[in-house]
Structures are given as C-alpha cells and as structure tokens.
Design a protein around this ligand. Structure first.
Ligand code: FAS
Length: 395
C-alpha cells in the first residue's frame, strides 16, 4: 500500500450535504482554510431530493454572509400557510404575523448544487468519492481524517478542527466514545407516506386534517409537488399504488379535482426524533443530521443543519482570527438550545395535526385539545405570531 499523502488544514469537513457545504462556504468567506471530503459522487449528492423550504432565518444568513445572489435565486414563499380542516380552507398569513418574514421555496438539491458551485468558484477544496473515511484522535489537539481517493490512494489530513457533517448514518458521531454521549431518541408512532409527483404545486403550502387522516401538499419547484399521507409506521410501500395515493389525497384534502401526475419518488418515513448531547468532543464538532434528527413536521431538519453550520463557522472564526475559543466551548449548548426548541415545536405540530384527525386514533379528548390548539392560531394574534416566528426560524 503506498504511503498516505499527508496534508494539513484548519477545518476538515466530513460530508457535503447542506451542513457541510454551508459550513465550507461560510469558512471560505471568513478566510478560514478548510477541506471537504464526501463519500458519494457529485452526481449523487446533487440529485438527492429532500427538503423544499428554506426558512427566513436561513435566507437571512446567506444574505448576511454575501452568498444570497449565488444561492437564493428562487421564489420566496407567498407568506400564507393553508390549513384544510375537514375540507374547509383556513389561511394563516404567517409572513405578516411574523413581521414580514418570508421563507423560500428552494428544493434541497438546488441548494446543494449552488453551494458546491459557489465553493468551487471561490477555489474551495471539495473532494468526492472518498472511501473508508476515518476520524483519528478526534479528542486530541491534532485530529486526523484518513480516506482513500477514487483511485484507491490513501490520504491523511491533519486539522485544527473536525466538522462531522456526515448525516445520521455517518462515521463522525460513531467516532465519539459512547460513554461521552447522551442519546435522546423518540418514536412518534406515526408513519408518513411521502410522494414526489409531477403535479402542479399548491397555491399555498397546505396541511390537511380530517377524520380520514393527515395529509400535506407542498411545492417542490414550478411543476412538482411533495405530498405526505399519514400511515401506519413501517407501512408496506407496495400497499400504495398510484390510484390509492390520489384517491386518499383527494379524500383527505377534500378536493375531488386534485389532478394526478407521474409519481417520481415514494417512501415511508417513520416519524422519529434523535438528539446527541454534547454535539462536540475534543476538536470534533457534530453538525446537522450527524447530531440530530427531527420529523419533517414544520420543515426544520435542513434548516437546523444550516443554523448549526453558522454557529460553528462563527466560533472557528473567533478562535482562529481573534484567539477567542469561548464560542467553540459554547458550540454544543448554543446549538442544542435551538435544537430542543425546534424539537418541541415539531412535536407540538405533530400532535396538533395528527390528533386533530380521526378521534378514534388518539381518543376524543386529545382530538378536542388538538382542534382547540389549531383554532387558537386563528383567534389569538400571539399564538399565531409565535407559530409564524417558529415557522420562520426566528423564535
Ligand atoms: P445530509 O445527510 O444531508 O448530508 C450528509 C452528507 O455526508 C451526505 O452527502 C453523505 O453522502 C455524506 N456522508 C455520509 N457518510 C459519510 C462518510 N463516512 N464520509 C464522507 N461523507 C459521508 N428537512 C427540512 O428542513 N424540511 C423538509 O421538508 C424535509 N423533508 C425531508 C424529507 C425526507 C424524505 C427526508 C429523508 C428528510 C427531510 N428533511 C427535511 C431533513 C433533511 O433535509 C436533513 O435535515 C438534511 O439533509 C440534513 O443535512 P446534513 O446534516 O448536511 O446531512
């Protein structure tokens, strides 16, 4: 085996998803040297479809760091959230209630493509197809990332800091001794059947509650939609043919004229939450899904990853430029405070929109509680305002 090529950098970033690419761009903007090692190919990373809405806070972050013109070309949301209750539309002007804070319709794969282009245009070092990525001595003063490149050659990157941005199934979190971590995991006992389809996007992002079960209809670009349908956890994908998908959507949304369209992707997502505490170990900092998983309720997974990335970029800049390591010491608490606030919001929404459905599911008492919670958004400006601030990521 040939000798590993040895090199050094300030921050070695593992993973080129939203977390790793945002961190890389922010560090580059701050003049901090970094290298990104990504296991998959560029083509794979750029086509993976997941989140679809960038919250106002994240859009503001890209504006403040001077990246908006290269990342945010897309349309902003119209600022209205629709709740279809037993087929009856109710519209909440969330951007107005949040003081003019609009989200952006930006499918995750477009964000990833633009972040890759921006980083490489600025001379960033982004490596795809890195195999057997391993973190060595993450708890030491000089941690190392090793990997084999696409030609099988070994590489060794010695860094001041490691950023574990490699998602829930990555190696970073697993490089920390179990005794050093507290794991919080929760199974919400709900499944979502999720569909990406060639169906025109809705006028407004929509949640639908009815005795038939929860459904949702979100925009995913000018000609496609993402739908969610409440189902049993672990439900068999084959139990949902196209006919059943659109019959159930029309029934639950209360729109017999909802057009069908080609189904591009379908999956069953079990609603679960996960948090690891602390989000750092020595010179290793866990970012995004490597540290926490949240249900898609409220669209916070990708947006929490972007928020973590900004906290870490600012903390590394303080340490490297100003000699102040306190923000790095505070990194885990800063990110966990936000993470738990949005875990609570996501759980609150999950209860409100699923217990509001069939009273037989969660019981008539919880059904009434959930309906009262939903009504209050429309009757109390404070309740509607807090909901809107949380949707904007600004609470
Ligand atoms: P990611 O998992 O996106 O990226 C990790 C990267 O690390 C990947 O590129 C991976 O290839 C790489 N990697 C893994 N192991 C590695 C290794 N050993 N070495 C090197 N690289 C490695 N969030 C929202 O905000 N709104 C939504 O509407 C929403 N909907 C979703 C719908 C679905 C079906 C799913 C599955 C998720 C959804 N999410 C949503 C959450 C999702 O978008 C994540 O929060 C987001 O991708 C997190 O970004 P990262 O932390 O960068 O992790």
């Amino acid at each position: 085996m040939s000798e590993a090529a040895h090199e050094t950098t300030t921050v070695a970033i593992i993973g080129a998803g939203p977390a790793g690419l945002t961190l890389a761009n922010l560090l580059r903007t701050a003049g901090v040297d970094c290298v990104v090692v990504e296991r998959q190919s560029r083509a794979y990373v750029e086509q993976r479809q997941r989140a679809g809405v960038l919250e106002h806070r994240a859009a503001r972050m890209f504006e403040e760091w001077g990246l908006a013109d290269r990342v945010l070309q897309d349309s902003r949301t119209d600022g209205v959230q629709e709740f279809r209750v037993d087929g009856r539309p109710r519209f909440l002007p969330i951007a107005d209630l949040a003081g003019g804070k609009f989200g952006r319709i930006l499918p995750q794969q477009f964000l990833v493509q633009r972040l890759i282009t921006a980083f490489q245009e600025d001379g960033g070092d982004l490596r795809f197809g890195c195999q057997d990525v391993t973190l060595e001595r993450p708890g030491s003063e000089r941690p190392v990332v090793t990997y084999r490149d696409e030609d099988g050659r070994p590489h060794e990157i010695e860094a001041d800091y490691l950023a574990g941005c490699d998602g829930f199934h990555g190696v970073s979190r697993r490089s920390v001794p179990e005794a050093e971590q507290t794991i919080y995991a929760y199974d919400h006992g709900i499944g979502w059947f999720t569909v990406l389809a060639d169906v025109p996007p809705p006028r407004h992002p929509m949640f639908a509650v009815s005795a038939h079960g929860f459904a949702a209809h979100f925009p995913r670009g000018p000609r496609s939609s993402r739908f969610y349908l409440q189902c049993a956890p672990g439900e068999d994908l084959d139990a949902w043919d196209d006919r059943r998908i659109f019959d159930q959507l029309r029934l639950r949304i209360g729109d017999p004229d909802l057009p069908a369209g080609a189904v591009l992707e379908k999956a069953v997502v079990d609603m679960r939450s996960f948090v690891v505490d602390p989000m750092s170990y020595g010179r290793l900092f866990l970012v995004g899904d490597a540290a926490h998983i949240i249900t898609p309720m409220g669209g916070k997974g990708m947006n929490l990853a972007l928020a973590d990335a900004e906290v870490l970029a600012k903390a590394v800049r303080s340490a490297v430029r100003d000699g102040d390591a306190q923000p790095l010491r505070d990194y885990s608490k800063t990110c966990l405070d936000r993470t738990w606030s949005y875990q609570e919001f996501s759980r609150w929404m999950t209860e409100m929109l699923h217990d509001s459905g069939d009273p037989a599911t969660s019981g008539p008492f919880r059904h009434k509680i959930a309906r009262a919670r939903l009504d209050r958004l429309f009757t109390s400006p404070n309740a509607g305002g807090l909901f809107s601030d949380l949707m904007a990521g600004e609470a």
